[in-house]
Structure formats: C-alpha cells, structure tokens
Design a protein around this ligand. Structure first.
Ligand SMILES: Cc1cc2nc3c(=O)[nH]c(=O)nc-3n(C[C@H](O)[C@H](O)[C@H](O)COP(=O)(O)O)c2cc1C
Length: 234
C-alpha cells in the first residue's frame, strides 16, 4: 500500500514555514507507519521559493480552452496536488499582514481554472477529486498574536470549498491543560532571531504542528483504506 503526502510551503524562503511543513509531514509519515508498518509512505514538499505565481485575472480563458493561460510557475506547483491526487496535504504560509502571503492567495485563485463544469476536454488532467484527501494548515508569524489563526482559516476555507477533508490539530491526547493544546491548525511564533530557522525555538508551537501531522497521517490512512474497501468491487 502506497500513501502519498504532499507539503506546500508558500514562503519565498526555505526557512520557518518550510521547516513546519517538514515537521508536520514527518509526523504524518510516522503516524501512518505506526498503524501500518508495511506501508510505503512517500513525502514531497513544494517550496514557492523562486517561483512566480500571478493571481487570477478573470480572463475567462479557462472556461473555453485548455486550463489557465497565464505562463508562470503555478502549474509546476499545483501538479503535485492533481497528478495524482495525494492522500494527505499540509499547506504552510508565513503570516503577511494578518493573513496568508500573496503567493499562496494567487495559487488558490488560479485553481479556479481546475473546477469549471464546462471543462476543456483536452486539458491533460482530470478535475481533481480531493474529497478523499486529508488536509491541514500550518502558519508562522513573527508575533505571538500576529494573525496565525486568521491565516490558517484562509487555508482551511480553501480546503473546504475545494472538497478536501479538513483536519485540525485537536487530539484527545492533548485536550488537557498539561500539554500543548491544538485547535484548528499548527501555528507557531518565529521571533527568536538567534535560532535558525527561528521557528525551532517555539517548542509549544512545534508540538501542535506535530499533532496536526499525526492527525493528517491517521486520517489519510483511514480515507485510503476506506476508499479501497468501497471500490474493491468496481
Ligand atoms: C510583508 C510581511 C508581512 C508580515 N506580516 C506579519 C504579520 O502580520 N504578523 C506577524 O506575526 N508576522 C508578520 N511577518 C513576519 C513573518 O510572518 C515571519 O517572519 C515568518 O516567520 C516568516 O516565515 P518564513 O521564514 O517561512 O518566510 C511579516 C513579514 C513580511 C515579510
């Protein structure tokens, strides 16, 4: 059995956000292997570092012809989520002005070209079915209350409106005050400039990110196995 987990880091750097995505993916992989030690778990991370992704310009071309006509790196990034569709996804963003950064917003906007009903039949990919993909958000900001949860909500809303199975960082094991408590995402503070990457100083944040990753791994596995049972006679 093969489980594929994809991480996306929308930061223009390979620094704190990238590290959080890496940590969450590692925890997700461990969670799968804990329950199914013979599973083959593949993890891949897409970094927006050096990538150019423009926002949608509402030209309408994708309604009439092959997908998005804008020429940049969007397809290079989105292809990890569509060809094939992964079992689990972690999307991470640095907080920019209390929300996700512009690159991630642009990435989301361009996905409009993927799901129009009058789809151009020669487009190389099928409309992605993300309804069996477990998805979680991680965010990092410089300040403790800098907008991490607001940025995460933006990512989670994209998961919900494009059909993903949105997973948060709540887990029974850390529902009590003794250990870091998870809520809707994995959020952390990167204010320690003496540490590289700065996010590693936030032990509490890292714990919550690991919990999110664990839940992504567990949910991805269940969705994969459930789908295999439901489709075995088809
Ligand atoms: C344009 C810009 C806007 C930012 N806005 C916020 C903000 O609103 N809240 C906050 O806590 N940090 C803010 N930051 C700080 C980054 O979120 C923080 O440095 C983050 O850890 C960067 O992640 P990275 O190392 O993965 O790029 C901002 C940084 C930039 C460059």
């Amino acid at each position: 059995m093969k489980i594929r987990l994809v991480g996306i880091s929308s930061s223009p750097k390979k620094r704190s956000t990238y590290k959080l995505v890496e940590i969450a993916l590692e925890a997700a992989k461990d969670a799968v292997l804990k329950e199914k030690s013979d599973a083959e778990v593949i993890t891949e991370i897409v970094s927006f570092k050096g990538k150019k992704i423009r926002g949608c310009i509402d030209c309408g071309a994708c309604l009439k012809r092959a997908g998005c006509i804008l020429k940049d790196d969007w397809y290079e990034c989105i292809k990890y989520l569509i060809n094939p569709v992964p079992d689990g996804v972690i999307i991470g963003s640095p907080v920019y002005f209390y929300s996700v950064n512009a690159q991630l917003r642009a990435f989301f906007e361009r996905c409009r070209s993927l799901n129009k009903k009058d789809w151009f039949e020669k487009y190389p990919d099928q409309i992605p079915d993300w309804t069996k993909t477990a998805a979680g958000a991680v965010t990092t900001g410089y300040h403790r209350n800098g907008g991490q949860e607001h940025a995460a909500a933006s990512i989670i809303n994209w998961f919900l409106l494009d059909g993903f199975v949105s997973v948060g960082s709540y887990a029974l094991k850390n529902a009590y005050i003794e250990s870091p408590r998870g809520y809707t995402a994995g959020t952390a503070v990167a204010d320690q400039t003496s540490v590289d990457p700065p996010i590693l100083a936030d032990e509490c944040g890292i714990e919550v990110v690991k919990t999110l990753g664990t839940r992504i791994g567990e949910t991805a596995l269940r969705l994969h196995l459930g789908d295999a049972i439901l489709n075995k006679d088809k």
